[in-house]
Design a binder for this molecule. Sequence first.
Ligand code: HEC
Ligand code: HEC
Length: 268
Amino acid sequence: MRPTLLTSLLLTLGLPGLALAADAAAGKAKVDMVCAACHGATGVSVSDAIPNLAGQKTVYLENQLKALKDGSRKNPVMNAIASQLSTDDIANVAAFFASQSGATSTGKSALLPNLAKTNMSFPESYPNGYVKYHTINFPATKQVRYYYANPVAVAAAKEGRAVPNGAYLMVEVHAAKLDADKKPVMGPDGFYVADKLMFYTAMARETGWGKDIPDMLRNEEWNYSVYTVARQHRPGMNQAECLACHKPLDQTSYMFTIKELTAAVKAK
Ligand code: HEC
Ligand code: HEC
């Protein structure tokens, strides 16, 4: 093939690879905004369940991000993130993390303040006015979860509209009652019998609640929270994880259980 004007110019200048070189500074900008929420700004992660990336091999990082992007490596949080990275982004963030050092098995980075902070608070009147629309057994954790929606979410689902600001969804996570063999006791309705409330997970949206969240993680105006049984925020919650996993659901108001909500409220 005849060299193009550009490649022959680059060759003349002795810079054949320049156009393809990874840009670690551009990688750092992306890391500061998004990846730092979980992997830390220098690749020292924020929690025991998230890998350090500092000093990892460039090619390995690129290969993992490609596999997470095309889905051949499965992880719902990273699939949602990697699918938004271009080939250049992947080369750039890989070059940046490979250039970092300081990862140890015990070191941890702080959470990003804009993602650790939620605007939500526990609804005073709960469960008054809420509709229980769904139940799921979780055999692996021996839990049963109850799903509740407030009147704003119920009205939208009834009319088939996108779920608007003012909506509040609450999930009660209960430990199942166990029999003598430590197996969950099944109720007559096919769901585990609840024994003890463990915690709540929740999502809600209001005007302006998404504005401090980077686009790659933002779910419009939704915020997330986990509450203790005493209805207090659970310390150390990282909203980045909630946002990342719910992010691909932009066609269903970022809800996994929109079908169940719609079916339940239309039947009423
Ligand atoms: C919400 C938290 C979160 C964010 C934000 C996040 N990651 Fe991850 N990342 C994870 C988790 C959790 C894993 C482990 C996945 C698994 O178990 O397969 C992971 C795994 C990875 C891996 C594979 C590491 C290995 O050892 O195989 C790479 C590479 C990676 N992330 C890069 C990135 C980049 C680049 C960004 C920013 C664009 C990013 N991540 C943002 C949570 C996150
Ligand atoms: C690994 C992916 C994943 C992560 C991370 C995640 N969720 Fe979800 N979420 C789901 C799935 C799947 C459902 C559907 C039912 C279920 O499994 O409970 C759901 C359902 C929900 C619901 C009920 C409304 C709906 O969307 O259907 C709420 C509220 C919720 N999650 C809150 C949270 C909060 C708070 C966090 C962060 C602490 C979080 N989620 C993190 C996957 C995730």
